[in-house]
Write a protein that binds this ligand. Structure first.
Ligand code: C2E
Ligand code: MG
Ligand code: MG
Length: 613
């Protein structure tokens, strides 16, 4: 083996400090001045030095941190240093690089700063990417020589590759043994639990557990898809570095998830100074420079105060994650764990699973039908199908609750399909039985896609009923969405002959221009106004005026929530076409509908009282 003089650590470090500012790199968040303690790392470096006969070896991480060895010996770490761009390029590349003689390369020869790693220039340079077994690319193993070379032999290439593989394996090993994250070098989850336990057992009555969520998972995944893992890794390092500027110097920051950090803060009245928490969020909301691209994150800081007893059998991270998740949606950006909210979320999660099962099996779900009366004739002209869920232990769950749940959990398509199938089959039976009635179905905004027309057509064909015997009820806010696409879907439904109702009108924010363009056929005035008619002259005025306006705009006007005979009489005197409400009938199970229809052939009507508003 060649012995080299002149490669002393001191000189080497000095050489790098001379590098140009544009080659400067973000500061490594943790352990930047420690030596790179990968098990067996020294041995691998000595092996490379010997088998390639090179004096200088470096492991350069894609964060910019570099660990240098001269003649097989580690040089003292000198903290974050500036590097020649060639090192960085190698560290962030997935391919090997070889420069046999830097003097032959115009770019390298004339570069400022010159490619040096000590007192003299580097002539020969070769690098091999280093990746962990889990597929993370962490940097490059570089070998250098002040002498040029003719070529790298096959066996030298293999030796370099093998050494890079061994280092990658060592990094993973270190992350298990040393409990550090290979990307940010922060201690990870197990270390967090150990330290939290120690903290609480060392006589501290309480501790605050803090979780910092970097971004909502979907947004982060989209970012990785668009930019790649190298950017994601860089972002995590930058966020960690930023968080460390806020965290007290004697407190550790842990990486406890792909996009989540945690810390254990002593109970020194954290909430007495909320401005300090605002300051943390403010810092994290400032843009990050991620490999030259400015990025902002959507941070959420969750806090949980706990004692040693609560640690036993509990999972503080799960709890505090709930708070950090919640905080992401919160303008303030930080929240304290709320047990009640957590319980609700757990319940919701369980309910979603059970709703999915109920939709599959169909046994716990049912439909009730509420009659709609034509005010001119007093006859029932339509039935509104309303979903019911009889939970085996919780009993009847209100549709407003489980419909919203289905919406959030992506189950709406299945729920609507189930309602359509069941109610249209039932309508076909009643119509064949001689009842000339229509069916109205509630559909949600997520149903309003291109396939709704096909689904409607298919179900009507299957049960041999005309599409004009159906009406779809959309809430006002769904219909007022001004997208050309929404309007196209609605027009396609209208072309089938199926009616469209604006449900709960008056609770949204429609304007008259939007209302005029709406391809709807009827407008259902929200029951809150109708129910209030008995006691509030304002509500009465609202119902009267809205009915007048809607009818003049060509809509069929339906009043919901008619609870008393007085209200029924009042709406008879208004520009309303149909009424629905408990005074007429509660929503009925399907078996009761034929009897109800037979018994209620005529409610009081305008024709009966010879009254035409
Ligand atoms: P909605 O479409 O406005 O249905 C009318 C609601 O008002 C029903 O509540 C009905 O039982 C209730 N109601 C009717 N008349 C009166 C009355 O005189 N007084 C009072 N206080 N209430 C009356 P329900 O069945 O609890 O449904 C609540 C909401 O859940 C529905 O409001 C609808 O938005 C939604 N929903 C129900 N079934 C379905 C469904 O199959 N699909 C979708 N997407 N939503 C549904
Ligand atoms: Mg409705
Ligand atoms: Mg309604």
């Amino acid at each position: 083996m060649r012995t080299t003089t002149g490669w002393s650590p001191g000189q080497h470090a000095a050489g790098h400090q001379d590098a140009a500012p544009d080659a400067e790199l973000p500061v490594e968040p943790a352990a930047s001045t420690d030596s790179f303690a990968v098990p067996g790392f020294d041995a691998v470096v000595r092996l490379v030095t010997r088998s390639l006969d090179v004096p200088l070896v470096a492991l350069v991480l894609n964060s910019g941190a570099a660990y240098w060895f001269a003649d097989g010996n580690e040089m003292p770490a000198s903290g974050p240093r500036a590097l020649h761009p060639l090192f960085l390029q190698a560290a962030r590349s997935l391919a090997p690089h070889v420069v046999l003689d830097a003097l032959d390369d115009v770019g390298l020869r004339d570069a400022t700063p010159p490619l040096t790693a000590g007192p003299g220039p580097i002539r020969f340079f070769a690098s091999e990417p280093v990746g962990t077994l889990t597929g993370q690319h962490i940097g490059a193993l570089c070998v250098m020589d002040p002498q040029p070379r003719a070529a790298l032999s096959e066996s030298e290439q293999t030796a370099l590759r093998d050494a890079a593989t061994l280092i990658g394996t060592g990094v993973v090993l270190r992350s298990y043994l040393g409990r550090t994250d290979p990307i940010t070098q922060l201690p990870h989850r197990y270390a967090f639990f150990d330290d939290l336990r120690k903290h609480l057992q060392d006589g501290e009555a309480h501790a605050w557990v803090m979780a910092i969520d970097v971004a909502p998972v979907q947004r982060f995944n989209a970012f990785v898809r668009a930019m790649g893992h190298a950017y994601a890794d860089e972002l995590m390092r930058a966020v960690a570095a930023r968080a460390l500027t806020w965290i007290p110097s004697d407190v550790h920051l842990y990486q406890v998830g792909a996009t989540r950090f945690a810390a254990v803060l002593p109970d020194n009245h954290l909430l007495d100074d909320t401005a300090r928490l605002d300051d943390l969020v403010e810092r994290l909301r400032q843009p990050f420079d991620c490999l030259g691209i400015p990025l902002t994150i959507q941070p959420g800081v969750g806090l949980l105060k706990m004692n040693a007893a609560e640690l036993r059998g509990g999972d503080p991270l799960r709890l505090v994650m709930n708070a950090s998740y919640e905080a992401q949606q919160h303008p303030r950006g930080w929240t304290v764990y709320n047990r009640l909210q957590d319980e609700q979320q757990r319940q919701e999660f369980l309910l979603v699973t059970e709703l999915a099962a109920a939709l599959n099996e169909g046994e716990e779900l049912d439909l009730h039908y509420q009659p709609r009366i034509d005010l001119d004739t007093g006859r029932c002209v339509a039935l509104e199908a309303l979903a019911r869920w009889h939970h085996p232990t919780l009993g009847a769950i209100p549709p407003a609750h489980f419909v919203a749940l289905a919406e959030r959990a992506g189950l709406m398509h299945s729920l609507t399909q189930w309602v359509m199938e069941r109610s249209v089959a039932q309508l076909a039976v009643w119509r064949r039985g001689g009842h000339d009635i229509k069916l109205s179905l509630n559909v949600s905004s997520t149903d309003l896609g291109a396939d709704l027309v096909n689904r409607l057509r298919a179900v009507a064909e299957r049960h041999k009923i005309g599409l004009d015997t159906l009406e779809l009820e959309f809430t006002e806010s769904t219909l007022m969405e001004h997208s050309a696409l929404t309007r196209r879907h609605l027009t396609a439904i209208r072309q089938l002959g199926t009616g469209i109702a604006i449900d709960d009108f008056g609770t949204g924010y429609s304007n008259l221009a939007a209302l005029r363009q709406m391809p709807a056929t009827s407008l259902k005035i929200d029951q809150s106004f109708v129910r209030g008619m008995g006691t509030s002259p304002h509500d009465e005025a609202i119902v009267r005026s809205v009915a007048e306006l809607a009818r003049n705009m060509g809509f069929r006007v339906v009043v919901e929530g008619v609870e008393t005979s007085n209200i029924y009489e009042s709406v008879l005197g208004m520009a309303c076409d149909e009424a629905q409400g408990f005074h007429i009938a509660h929503p009925l199970p399907s078996c009761d509908v034929p009897n109800w229809l037979k018994a209620h052939v005529g409610m009081p009507s305008r024709r009966a009282v010879r009254w035409a508003p």
